[in-house]
Design a protein around this ligand. Structure first.
Ligand SMILES: [Zn+2]
Ligand SMILES: [Zn+2]
Length: 313
């Protein structure tokens, strides 16, 4: 199963007629992760035929409204629809406080647990791991506490070489352990190294999300070699000063980070409402990093096994 990214919104600060604020869904393994949840995200889910059931993880990069004002609405709907499953929310520590207040003063009684994981704006941190993925956060430089997220597929099982397995008459009950990388001891005591019985699994694919940030080459080490990098691109380079002033990046700067990190593919988003047409931003980025696409809402990006990205509208 190839990981897929659905773009629900990619406008900065204020929504426009065509664009909603930031939110994405990453489907990976058997899990769905929501990354940022700007105002209107629930409506966007409905519009694009995505269900909120099965979203067990929500990552919030920072507490500017265009990245989380949709969250309490979504939680409220999940509650009204009778959700029972634990919801894992990852974000700045203050977010827990905000949600607690909203839930308390709204008299909401949730029938599901919210498990909260605070992010750390000072350094890269491991957040959690499950069968499908592992998640880390890393610092971004913005006007307030802000982190990016790196999601990597969990380590996969090795492939059995059935010819060797049969020749050595290895019982089926050992297959599971061998797929995990263990050696096998023959009845005569001889140890068979794992590499003789298995071949490498497919590489683990990865996705990095760099929400609002000033151009910061320190990001590169956190996102080195990712298959797909999302990086904000609020402005074009003729607004570079303005970008720095507000701790945002230009399309060219986003592409520079992708190039330095040797990313496979770049998605740019978080576009300023001043741009009616986005083609010039795309062009600017492609001059530095040709494998770039616009993270426009309604788009779906697939990480294929050949680590080539397929784009669907
Ligand atoms: Zn923003
Ligand atoms: Zn922001």
């Amino acid at each position: 199963l190839n990981p897929e990214i659905y773009i629900l919104g990619s406008s900065s600060a204020t929504p426009t007629r065509e664009r909603h604020p930031s939110s994405q869904i990453l489907k990976i393994g058997s899990e769905k992760i929501m990354i940022d949840c700007g105002e209107g995200t629930q409506s966007q889910l409905i519009k694009y035929g995505l269900r909120h059931t099965g979203i067990d993880y929500i990552c919030i990069s920072h507490l500017h409204g265009d990245h989380y004002f949709g969250l309490i609405g979504l939680i409220s709907t999940m509650s009204l629809m009778g959700r029972k499953e634990t919801l894992h929310i990852i974000g700045p520590p203050q977010l827990k406080h905000i949600l607690d207040l909203q839930i308390m003063h709204g008299g909401m009684t949730l029938k599901f647990e919210i498990r909260f994981y605070p992010t750390n704006p000072a350094r890269q941190e491991f957040i959690l791991r499950n069968q499908s993925f592992e998640l880390t956060s890393f610092p971004l430089k913005h006007r307030i506490h802000c982190t990016g997220f790196l999601v990597r597929e969990s380590k996969k099982e090795r492939h059995l070489n059935m010819e060797v397995m049969q020749a050595l008459e290895i019982p089926v009950s050992y297959f599971k352990a061998i797929k995990k990388g263990e050696n096998y001891t023959l009845p005569d005591g001889e140890e068979v190294p794992n590499e003789r019985m298995t071949t490498d699994p497919e590489p683990c694919r990865s996705y990095a999300y760099c929400s609002d940030t000033i151009f910061d080459p320190e990001i590169v080490e956190y996102v080195q070699g990712v298959n797909i990098l999302y990086h904000e691109s609020t402005y074009m380079k003729n607004n570079e000063e303005r970008a720095s002033l507000y701790f945002h990046s230009t399309a060219e700067q986003a592409a520079t980070i992708a190039k330095m990190a040797k990313a496979g593919h770049l998605l740019i988003g978080h576009f300023s409402s001043r741009y009616d047409h986005l083609a010039p931003l795309l062009e600017e980025a492609r001059e530095v990093f040709p494998n770039t696409d616009l993270a426009e809402e309604g788009e779906k990006f697939v990480m294929s096994t050949a680590s080539q990205v397929l784009v669907h509208s």
